[in-house]
Design a protein around this ligand. Structure first.
Ligand code: ZN
Length: 139
């Protein structure tokens, strides 16, 4: 994993943080950091999701996340971390990368991965997708 890619909470986790931010106003980061330190996050609505973000992404992520990143995307489709193109095929979604030749980080390895994933049973692709999501968040 590229350490320059920011940890990425799941959409559920982001939504929980966004809702927290909406409740706590301008100083929400300090409020959430305090809640994380004291364990009060567990009593918040969706507290278990806030706790997951603390455990996997932590204070460094909190310090740098922007409201734009918290805002729900217009399209629910995940996008390529390198070019922002929407990921469309199951293989692209599972790989977390686009396979567009126009992508600045186009990587033949991603094509091979996509081809491999496309030939795998759905439940195995799901397993890999969850594993990749967990890895991204723990970076
Ligand atoms: Zn791309």
């Amino acid at each position: 994993m590229n350490p320059k890619i920011k940890p990425a909470p799941s959409p559920d986790q982001l939504a929980a943080v966004a809702a927290y931010a909406a409740r706590h106003g301008r100083t929400w980061r300090a409020a959430l950091m305090g809640a994380w330190l004291t364990g009060r996050d567990a009593q918040e609505p969706a507290g278990h999701l806030l706790r997951q973000v603390r455990n996997t992404c932590g204070p460094a992520w909190l310090a740098t996340v922007t409201m734009a990143e918290l805002a729900p995307k217009e399209s629910a489709a995940p996008s390529c971390p390198h070019c922002g193109r929407d990921l469309e095929t199951d293989a692209e979604l599972a790989a977390g990368l686009c396979t567009s030749d126009d992508c600045p980080r186009h990587d033949p390895a991603a094509d091979r991965l996509a081809a491999t994933l496309a030939s795998m049973p759905e439940h195995e692709v799901d397993t890999i997708r969850s594993a990749l999501a967990a890895t991204r968040c723990a970076a």
